[in-house]
Ligand binder design. Structure first.
Ligand SMILES: *[C@@H]1O[C@H](CO)[C@@H](O)[C@H](O)[C@H]1NC(C)=O
Ligand SMILES: *[C@@H]1O[C@H](CO)[C@@H](O)[C@H](O)[C@H]1NC(C)=O
Ligand SMILES: *[C@@H]1O[C@H](CO)[C@@H](O)[C@H](O)[C@H]1NC(C)=O
Ligand SMILES: *[C@@H]1O[C@H](CO)[C@@H](O)[C@H](O)[C@H]1NC(C)=O
Length: 375
């Protein structure tokens, strides 16, 4: 999801009162999440899992808010939470603003302090305590929270897509990956490492992203061979079952089937935003089944990793959930995005947000989790 600028205010929230001490991330002895054919296996259970997205949870400064979200997810039966594992800046923010990595004058500096990766440490440790599994990504294609543009501005280049094949930018990116992966490589709370949020390379030959995906996923596996690795792309570029609409085309530089064939990519991701893509809501059902078939052909599961609309949440999204649940090759879905009542007020609302405790939540979480349990 690309965020509108009004949603970024959380990044600049001042740190409230005392900062937590460096929270230790307890080691768990339970086995890591894995794939089993076309399905996911979590804590010994193989099947279909529901979850959600919270890009902001690692930027919260109050541990109690993090625990509240994890506790509400757990009691709802949501199992997978996708979070932003990046927060790139090009100027060091004033004290009290959370940032993870600074890119300036051809150099990158990782913030492991109390207003840096220690905030992500707390998310991981709270997830461990609440049996929630995390997808953690490393960079944004969009400029929200820095993105590839932050690297480009520090290292030189004309567009964000120069990121993919620049030796210096890739070295900085891999250095960041190493810092994050080595922090949590023993944690059973990690569901998967993810290369980026919605990587695109418009007008590029599909080899540019393919090569970058192969190189990066191999690198992650060399650091941590145990956890799953995925791309985080939107699922663009698929000619089987294509109706010729924009998302099926190769214009954004992605070939879904080819990328999924990479040995070090464990499962596929797809997103679904008819409002942004100029397609109908109902079109989403075919988008899901087309990817399920492609995943089945390759022999790896698909995760419907983001989906949203800004109105009629229940009537539009519930059929997508049913389709995902009854499509072979699709083993989970994560709605965009989770909402809760934090100590600072309501978490960000981009119109897609499904708030805990609302009737939309009953429809898209309580009822969906019950349908999964009865499937
Ligand atoms: C992970 O476990 C290995 C082996 O027990 C250990 O050497 C390493 O320090 C641990 N890493 C972290 C981040 O705890
Ligand atoms: C990087 O890829 C772009 C295409 O997106 C190409 O124009 C450029 O020449 C490539 N640069 C290098 C260093 O390979
Ligand atoms: C996409 O990748 C598949 C599998 O490698 C290949 O058969 C197909 O020709 C590719 N399509 C395009 C347009 O590159
Ligand atoms: C799968 O879900 C869709 C709802 O999107 C429904 O129309 C269809 O009948 C379902 N198929 C089966 C076999 O349950």
């Amino acid at each position: 999801m690309k965020l509108s600028s009004t949603l970024l205010s959380l990044a600049s929230l001042a740190l409230a009162t005392a900062l937590p001490k460096n929270p230790s991330v307890p080691r768990s002895t339970s086995s890591f999440s894995s794939t089993s054919g076309l399905q996911f296996t979590i804590d010994g259970t193989t099947g279909y899992f529901a979850g959600t997205n919270s890009y902001w949870i690692g930027f919260l400064t109050d541990d109690a808010d993090v625990d509240l979200v994890m506790s509400d997810l757990k009691s709802s039966g949501l199992k997978i939470l996708r979070v932003w594992g990046f927060n790139d800046v090009t100027t060091k923010p004033s004290d009290g603003t959370v940032w993870y990595q600074l890119h300036e004058n051809g150099q990158s500096t990782i913030n492991t302090g109390a207003d840096g990766l220690q905030r992500l440490d707390y998310v991981v440790s709270s997830a461990e305590q609440h049996d929630i599994k995390l997808i953690i990504n490393f960079v944004n294609y969009w400029t929200d929270y820095g993105g590839m543009s932050a690297y480009v501005s520090a290292y030189g280049g004309s567009t964000e897509t120069d990121f993919y094949n620049s030796t210096t930018m890739q070295a900085a990116y891999q250095n960041y990956i190493k810092a994050v992966v080595s922090r949590y490589s023993n944690s059973s709370a990690v569901f998967a490492w993810e290369l980026a949020n919605e990587p695109r390379c418009q007008g590029c030959d599909t080899s540019v992203l393919y090569d970058w995906i192969e190189q990066t996923s191999k690198y992650i596996k060399s650091l941590d061979s145990e956890h799953l690795v995925c791309i985080g792309d939107e699922g663009f570029g698929l000619d089987t079952d294509s109706d010729g609409s924009y998302p099926y085309t190769y214009g954004e530089g992605l070939n879904f089937t080819k990328n999924l064939g990479i040995e070090t990519i464990d499962f596929a991701t797809l997103h679904l935003y008819p409002d942004s893509w100029g397609t109908s809501d109902d079109w989403g059902n075919g988008w899901i089944t087309a990817h399920g078939a492609a995943c089945e052909a390759v022999g790896k599961p698909c995760l419907l990793e983001e989906y949203g609309v800004t109105s009629n949440h229940c009537s539009v999204e519930a059929p997508w959930q049913q389709t995902a649940l009854n499509t072979t090759g699709v083993s989970g879905d994560l709605f965009w995005q989770y909402g809760d009542d934090l100590s600072t007020g309501e978490s960000p609302n981009d119109g897609n947000t499904i708030y805990y405790g609302t009737s939309d939540y009953t429809c898209l979480v309580t009822d969906h989790v019950a349908a999964i349990d009865n499937a």
